[in-house]
Write a new protein. Structure first.
Length: 190
């Protein structure tokens, strides 16, 4: 009986063990005018990821910048999502995401393309561990909306394995056959 709490503690340490990288996307300073002058507060937007397919974002507000960043980082770690990556470097398919007036379009890219994306979207892709992607932000340029739209799109991302499992088929039945496609094109020409 005495060992059970210790085992729980070890399990908790193992869950915290994966090292997360974090990226500060935006800091907003707000002021409130009061009788004696102005009181300043800070809002921070942070993206956190393990660079192996997990990513989350959070926002925190406080009177001091470091406290706002700490709150945002904690919130980001609590609401992480897993993103399936093809070959650990790019998306499985092209996708769009929306949040409010923010709209983002993401396209899969060949090896060596790099991350072609604007500010807040780039932070999300780097934290998720994506190496090749082409992305465009349409509409709102507010970093909060851009990140939410990006996360919306990434949460819709589906791997062939998950689609095959959902349909009750094999992965080979879903993916197009690479050898038969050129052969079919040659037979049509003849």
């Amino acid at each position: 009986m005495a060992r059970e709490p210790q085992q729980r503690g070890q399990r908790r340490e193992r869950e915290e063990a994966p090292e997360f990288a974090d990226r500060l996307v935006a800091i907003n300073r707000v002021s409130k005018t009061v009788k004696g002058g102005k009181r300043f507060g800070f809002a921070a937007l942070v993206v956190v990821g393990d660079q192996k397919g997990r990513v989350g974002f959070g926002k925190g507000k406080a009177k001091e910048v470091p406290e706002a960043i700490r709150k945002a980082t904690e919130q980001a770690k609590r609401q992480m999502i897993r993103v399936p990556l093809r070959e650990g470097r790019t998306l499985h398919h092209d996708i769009e995401g929306r949040h409010g007036a923010g709209k983002v379009v993401m396209r899969t890219a060949p090896h060596g393309t790099g991350i072609i994306a604007g500010g807040p979207m780039r932070a999300v892709f780097e934290m998720v561990g994506m190496h090749d992607v082409v992305a465009k932000s349409l509409g709102s340029q507010n970093p909060y909306n851009m990140i939410r739209a990006t996360m919306d799109a990434l949460s819709k991302q589906a791997s062939p394995r998950s689609v095959a499992q959902r349909r009750g088929k094999k992965v080979a039945d879903i993916l197009p056959k690479r050898d038969e496609a050129p052969a079919a094109a040659e037979s049509e020409e003849a």
